[in-house]
Write a protein that binds this ligand. Structure first.
Ligand code: FRU
Length: 502
């Protein structure tokens, strides 16, 4: 009898492991990035850190691999790297689909929604009413709230939704809420078509407009979406950053994330400069915003796709992954200031054995595959190079090629995926993309993180960032450094990564 039990348990365990193995290891499935087990995902939503857990909610359509009636999917992680998908957090209702938004921990119980002395976790999101949209009203996007008294596991929608009604503007969405300590109030940053509107509230239930920003500033090649307002400490002085996603109108076409640095006094945001700045110049970081409740640490994460082709990419079971989580910092360059992004250190939890090459003469090329044993993806390459034209070429024996480089004449970084595998599903996908070099320094410090279907470039300590997805028929197993003029590379570090899906 006992033996029978053991046999059954062993079979069950084996089946479970097999299922995980198949589920998270399909062709193109990223191995160090979050992706849903199945079906469609877009924006990250409601990112909040609470009691040792990072929550990641996301725009989710559980019935197909294309966009549809939006729900909030949910995943949790102890370290921002290993994720476990949870039951759906929010379902569409009579007020509408559940569009993007944020989550806060209501520590002072301003909403009165806390229970037994424990703060409520409150989600603030847009509800999109398709009936209103089809009837051509202009009031079909409204802001609602829901709360959780069990640390984000289950959610109850507030009984007097919506809490912020649409004044008659077709695009009125994606509330990002934060506690503004100096003014003892909540601030909501809302995307309103071609500008940002700031609202304040004492209790998350009643909202008053404070000001508007941005009609004549920044990029306006598309609609403004998914904003965020955060602050950095700059040697004892507070500097505010207003993040605004835009679709289309990004620096390399389609959707992208711009930002403004300035002052915020609880009512009005005043930018220091009006030039265009982008958190990530690549085509495949969108709707990126930061975690709430992480004190001075600013952790940013975006959707790793582009509205130009997100619904056409050649994955079937699941569609889209998130970028790696990144730490944001302020950096001074000359008289100007920028946001720099770096992959979070928690990524070390999946790092394998590093291999170091101290000095490499690239003249005109150097084959890493011969120096590094067991070269594999996902992996990280990190090195210092002279600021001369060079490239890092990933390839396989199917003649597929992904090129990441620096152009000394144009003073820009670039990624070319035109021969990287499947590229024909949309006409702009194979175009080359560029990011300006912002830093003026003789040496370039570069970090490249390549997964089986994405590459993230962090140049000059994260001042110039590019994220790109690609679909090679076989993982890249060869890497070459190339430089026509010849160049010196120092402190080259190769780190293989283990899969986050066991
Ligand atoms: C951005 C966006 C948001 C909206 C959501 C709908 O990608 O268009 O503005 O809330 O996606 O899924």
């Amino acid at each position: 009898m006992k033996r029978n039990y053991l046999v059954v348990i062993t079979i069950l365990l084996f089946t479970y492991q097999q299922t995980i193995a198949q589920t998270y290891h399909e062709q193109y499935r990223p191995q160090i990035h979050f992706s849903p087990k199945a079906h469609w995902m877009n924006d990250p939503n409601g990112m909040v850190y609470y009691n040792g857990i990072y929550h990641l909610f996301f725009q989710y359509y559980p019935n197909a691999s294309v966009w549809g009636p939006m729900h909030w999917g949910h995943a949790i992680s102890p370290d921002l790297i290993h994720w476990k998908q949870q039951p759906i957090a929010l379902y569409p209702d009579s007020i509408g689909y559940i569009f993007s938004g944020s989550v806060v921990v209501d520590k002072n119980n301003t909403s009165g929604l806390g229970m037994n002395g424990k703060p409520a976790v409150v989600a603030i999101f847009t509800q999109h009413d398709t009936a209103g949209e089809h009837a051509h009203t202009n009031t079909y996007q409204n802001q609602s709230i829901a709360y959780s008294n069990d640390e984000g596991k289950t959610w109850t929608k507030y009984n007097a939704n919506p809490v912020l009604k649409n004044p008659g503007i077709t695009d009125f969405r994606d509330p990002k809420v934060m506690w503004y300590d100096e003014g003892n109030k909540w601030i909501m940053t809302l995307a309103v078509k071609d500008h940002i509107a700031f609202y304040s509230s004492p209790d998350l239930k009643t909202w008053t407009e404070e000001s508007q920003f941005g009609k004549d500033v920044g990029a306006h090649g598309g609609v403004w979406e998914c904003p965020d307002l955060i602050s950095f400490d700059d040697n004892g002085k507070k500097v505010w950053a207003l993040i605004v996603n835009i679709n289309p109108g990004g620096p390399n076409g389609g959707s992208a994330t711009q930002y403004f640095l300035g002052d915020f006094d609880g009512k009005i945001f005043k930018p220091f400069t009006t030039d265009k700045k982008w958190i990530d110049y690549g085509p495949d970081e969108y709707a990126g915003v930061t975690y709430s409740n992480t004190d001075n640490r600013k952790i940013f994460l975006g959707w790793m796709s582009n509205w130009s082709y997100a619904q056409l990419v050649p994955t079937e079971v699941w569609r889209s992954a998130m970028t790696l989580p990144r730490n944001l910092n302020l950096m001074h360059v000359g008289d100007d200031m920028f946001i720099a992004s770096k992959p979070v250190v928690e990524l070390n939890s999946v790092a394998g054995k590093q291999q170091v090459i101290n000095a490499i003469a690239v003249n005109p090329q150097f084959d890493l595959s011969q120096q590094i044993s067991n070269l594999q993806l996902p992996c990280r390459l990190e090195f210092n190079a002279e600021a001369k034209s060079f490239s890092v070429n990933f390839s396989n024996d199917k003649n597929e090629l992904l090129v990441i480089g620096y152009d000394e004449v144009q003073k820009h970084y670039y990624i070319n995926r035109s021969q990287s595998g499947e590229v024909d599903f949309e006409k702009t996908f194979s175009e080359e993309h560029a990011a300006p070099r912002i830093l003026n320094a003789k040496m370039i410090h570069l970090t490249i993180i390549a997964d089986v279907s994405s590459v993230e470039l962090f140049a000059d300590d994260g001042l110039s960032v590019m994220t790109e997805i690609y679909f090679a028929s076989k993982p890249f197993g060869q890497i070459q450094l190339k430089s026509d003029s010849g160049m010196q590379v120092n402190n080259f570090i190769y780190t293989p990564y283990k899969s986050i899906w066991k």
